[in-house]
Design a protein around this ligand. Structure first.
Ligand code: ADP
Length: 440
């Protein structure tokens, strides 16, 4: 209501009151009892207001009872309230339409969507979520989601409170042959939207591709071993015979290349092995200090590392994990540092604990890596210097293996490097994987 109308209504009301009191005074003067007449007039005026106030109260509390039109200022108050109520009704209708449109569109989504409150209880879910996660409309609303999706990795994923880009793959509760990809998107007032996508087909294709690579690598191993054997024999013969000396160089080159093929095949097989979930593999106590020292010693004994090694190792610290995978991580990082650092360089091996968990770092003062390569290092076959010699032992698969092994331990690889200054490869293990080292 504009301010001028408000003023007009209340002025009229005041005039009405004054007129009413003047009338009462006149009647009182005529009857000789002015005070009584004024009191009666005020009581009637007050009773009228009380009646309208009562009607208003009744209307507000019991929605259905419409008040009568009212007089004076009350007429305007009622009209204003009617208008507000209608506006509210229209707004409610519009919101209802929006909600039903939202529900209809999310119901049509192929992805499952579940709205969770701040305590992880289910507020709402669409049909796809009901089918994928075997949720029941009546029984499961208000239930905590961790009681319904009973997978150990799911509860820690939900508790970790990721920012929306983290993903988790779990077997579908409806059929454990299927795989669901889960994302949690925070929104609003500590609420979360759980999105579940059926990625079974993609997963099956990945498994088929992995099996193919593993089978092909396995099949290539035997013919390659035969070729390598003959090349070795031929190499010896060309060394001894002058007539065959022209073949010495090509055969030596073929031998080097066949050795490289052997390393690639071995790495492909290892990668196929660790790319699989491999969750069935036993987890155990790992004496990391002993493993680090052993790996460096093997490398030095085989003549592949002549750099100076400096150890900074917390000997009270051990790890809980899959032994062969952690061994792959250590051997690849140490071998890389030895491969890329000049013989006069220094390699620093660190195993320690900080507030984030356990940390395994291999630092070198080798050539370093330009920053544009850093985010691609863990891609398969990615090599910074594509023109390196075949004999240097690299296959471009080492860091891809490291990354997968660490993922199986909820751990991450960080790479810090500066051209000309050296590189640091740092593995960060979560606190719950730390064990106390037993006395040897
Ligand atoms: P490779 O078998 O070629 O070493 P990796 O996957 O282990 O393959 O490493 C990928 C690439 O990262 C390497 O080709 C190399 O260019 C670079 N790299 C890895 N470790 C180091 C290091 N310590 N110093 C410099 N470059 C490195």
């Amino acid at each position: 209501m504009p301010a001028s109308d408000l003023q007009r209504v209340w002025t009229a009301e005041l005039l009405r009151l004054v007129g009413w009191l003047v009338l009462a005074t006149l009647v009182g003067l005529a009857a000789g009892c002015t005070t009584l007449a004024l009191l009666i007039a005020l009581a009637i005026y007050l009773a009228g207001h009380l009646l309208y106030a009562f009607q208003l109260h009744r209307w507000l509390t019991a929605d259905r009872v419409e008040p009568s039109d009212g007089v004076g200022v009350w007429r305007d108050i009622y009209t204003e309230l009617h208008r507000l109520k209608q506006r509210n009704r229209r707004r409610k209708k519009r919101l209802k339409n929006i909600v039903s449109e939202f529900q209809a569109s999310t119901a049509a989504l192929p992805d499952g969507a579940v709205v969770l409150d701040r305590r992880g209880r289910i507020n709402w879910f669409n049909d796809a979520a009901a089918a994928m996660l075997t949720l029941q409309a009546r029984a499961d609303r208000g239930q905590r989601i961790v009681n319904l999706i009973r997978h150990p990795r799911f509860s820690s994923f939900l508790a970790a409170g990721h920012g929306g880009d983290a993903e988790l793959e779990i077997p579908s509760p409806a059929n454990d042959q299927d795989t669901l990809l889960i994302r949690i998107v925070p929104y609003g007032n500590a609420q979360r939207l759980l999105i579940a996508r059926d990625v079974s087909n993609r997963k099956r294709q990945e498994i088929t591709r992995r099996d193919f690579v593993a089978n092909a690598s396995h099949e290539l191993r035997t013919p390659l071993t035969v070729l390598r054997g003959y090349l070795e024999m031929m190499g010896e013969e060309t060394d001894q015979s002058k007539a065959l000396s022209a073949w010495q160089q090509p055969i030596a080159e073929m031998h080097i290349q066949s050795q490289r093929m052997g390393r690639i095949i071995d790495s492909l097989l290892r990668l196929a092995q660790v790319e699989g979930e491999n969750l069935a593999q036993r987890q155990e106590y790992i004496d990391v200090p002993a493993m680090l020292e052993g790996q460096v010693e093997d490398l030095q004994n085989s003549g592949e590392a002549s750099q100076e090694f400096v150890f900074d190792i917390d000997t009270s610290l051990a790890l809980y994990g899959r032994y062969s995978e952690i061994e792959s991580v250590v051997s690849n990082l140490v071998a890389n540092a030895a491969r890329y650092t000049p013989a006069t360089g220094q390699i620093h091996v660190v195993w320690c604990q900080d507030d984030r968990g356990a940390c395994l770092a291999v630092r070198d003062n080798g050539p370093g890596i330009a920053s544009e390569h850093l985010h691609r290092l863990t891609e398969r076959f990615y090599r910074v210097d594509k023109g390196r010699k075949a004999s240097d032992g690299g296959t471009g698969l080492g860091l891809a293996i490291v990354k997968h092994c660490l993922e199986h331990h909820e751990s991450e690889l960080e790479v810090e490097s500066k051209l000309g200054e050296g590189s640091a490869f740092i593995c960060r293990f979560p606190r719950q994987r730390i064990l106390s080292r037993r006395a040897a």
